[in-house]
Unconditional design. Structure first.
Length: 96
């Protein structure tokens, strides 16, 4: 468990079962049919989590755990920590 901006991450044992239930509901038996129809799995991708409004960051451990449960080969780079005050348009994390 790490602390960023004075706020500790939630332990994986707490959030992982909830994330697994959410992913099972989202993907169902067929998986993510939109992604399957539109994306070439052979091509590399990159995504950024960007703040729409100014605020305080929370839940990065859940975002990271979700990304890694979907694809353990992803790289999740936090640009700020939980508890950080951010401006609109600021990049919170990058997923590759």
């Amino acid at each position: 468990m790490s602390a960023r901006a004075g706020i500790a991450d939630l332990p994986a044992v707490v959030i992982e079962p909830i994330i697994r239930l959410a992913l099972a509901e989202d993907f169902g038996l067929a998986g993510d049919i939109t992604a399957q129809a539109l994306l070439d799995p052979a091509l590399p991708g990159k995504a950024a989590i960007v703040a729409r409004r100014a605020g305080v960051v929370a839940g990065l451990e859940a975002a990271q755990a979700t990304a890694l449960l979907v694809d353990p080969t992803l790289r999740f780079a936090r640009r700020v920590g939980n508890g950080a005050a951010i401006a609109a348009g600021e990049t919170i994390a990058v997923i590759e």
